[in-house]
Design a protein around this ligand. Structure first.
Ligand SMILES: *Cc1c(COP(=O)(O)O)cnc(C)c1O
Length: 390
């Protein structure tokens, strides 16, 4: 077996793509295999009691394929420690349990991912956790929502599905001044476009189901940090609660990461073309894309992101009926939940991904349509939207 890479693997290379391709696994000295094998083993032989050969004893605690992915995740987020989970929600659950105790308070975006909101509102409140919502684009409002008991500020940027942009450096500063940690859900941007740890965040969270996996064929999550104490808590919960990915899932995610930079460039190119087309269309009342100069978060996005990503949301002049019609008429864009894959997807958040926010402070507009712009040809994507809006 190839030697496990150190957690500081990323120090060996400068460029993002070099890390994305190489971090986590060196060609095996015995066989020369270039890709990390799928180690389909739940247990590992010991040389005498406690004599572990590669540091592995049981695959809930650790598996070599997962370890390779975890080293890769740490490297591409410019962090020290990476932990992989069976889903983005499993990573979210681990983060909340590692950082919060009964009586603690956290601040979440007023348009947080629906599943994040649901887990906090329906589960964690039962265990004595309190939360407030705040518009993440307004650091002063985030500060106002903080209490003496606030232990965590939860930021998504850009947010899902309204693509609001939070100033990570500014929020990190006010979180730390108030004695709280900052976690950034970096799912929409991906580490190629934005690196929250370098901007002062304490933890980066991913649904690796989305851009990191990149091919809509695997569900997973990740936490990356430089904070050793937090990482020890993550590892304890990974083993203690067991929401870990299997080796095949870890392999697929690692395979996706290798092409992340190329895909994000193309997603961004195509999303720019789609946003520009939609901006001029009479059936559309608002185009929401951080790359547009009129987007309220454009300047902050330009400061902290390499490009503006592949997600575009629109509000339809014809209201909810027009929104539902658009979703059912596209042919290249597939009507489906999720995002971040090579194929373009379209969805109606109020009825699909964000149905759980109905009636809450996080309710999304009914005339909103969310596009995950894929890596197909821009002309075909624009043509598809043109016919669907006609
Ligand atoms: C999808 C998503 C999640 C949840 O991840 P799963 O892998 O579906 O469990 C969390 N945050 C954001 C921003 C997401 O898009």
């Amino acid at each position: 077996m190839s030697e496990q890479r150190s957690k500081a693997d990323h120090d060996r290379w400068q460029g993002f793509s070099t890390k994305a391709v190489h971090a986590g696994f060196d060609p095996d000295p015995q066989t020369g295999v270039v890709n990390v094998p799928i180690y389909a083993s739940s247990t590992f032989a010991q040389d005498g009691v406690g004599g572990l050969r590669g540091g592995f004893e049981y695959a809930r605690t650790g598996n070599p394929t997962r370890s390779a992915l975890e080293a890769s995740l740490a490297a591409i987020e410019s962090g020290t420690y990476g932990r992989a989970f069976s889903s983005g929600m499993a990573a979210t659950d681990c983060m909340l349990r590692a950082a919060l105790r009964p009586g603690d308070h956290l601040v979440i975006p007023n348009d947080a991912y629906g599943g994040t909101f649901r887990l906090i509102d329906k589960v964690f409140t039962q265990w004595g956790i309190e939360y407030s919502v705040a518009p993440i684009a307004d650091p002063a409002a985030v500060r106002e929502a903080m209490r003496p008991s606030t232990k965590l500020i939860w930021v998504e940027t850009p947010t899902n599905p309204l693509l609001n942009v939070g100033d990570i450096a500014a929020i990190a500063e006010l979180a730390h001044a108030g004695g709280a940690k900052l976690v950034v859900d970096n799912t929409f941007a991906s580490p190629y476009l934005q690196q929250p740890l370098t901007l002062g965040a304490d933890v980066v969270l991913h649904s690796t189901t989305k851009y990191l996996g990149g091919h809509s064929d695997v569900v997973g999550g990740a936490l990356v940090t430089n904070d050793e104490e937090l990482d020890v808590a993550f590892a304890f919960l990974q083993n203690g609660a067991g929401a870990v990915p299997g080796p095949f899932d870890a392999y697929l995610t690692m395979r996706g990461i290798k092409t992340l930079a190329l895909r994000m460039e193309r997603h961004s190119d195509n999303a720019e073309a789609v946003a520009e087309f939609l901006s001029g269309h009479s059936a559309v009342s608002h185009v929401i894309y951080p790359g547009l100069a009129e987007h309220p978060g454009h300047a902050v996005a330009a400061k902290q992101m390499r490009r503006f990503g592949g997600m575009v949301s629109v509000r339809l002049a014809g209201g909810i009926e027009a929104a539902r019609d658009l979703c059912s008429r596209t042919e290249v864009f597939t009507l489906a939940e999720s995002l971040g894959g090579v194929e373009s997807l379209i969805e109606h958040p109020a009825a699909m991904t964000h149905a759980s926010t109905e009636g809450s402070e996080l309710e999304v507009p009914a005339d909103l349509v969310r596009l995950s712009v894929g890596i197909e040809d821009a002309a075909d994507l624009v043509g598809d939207l043109e016919q669907a809006l006609a």
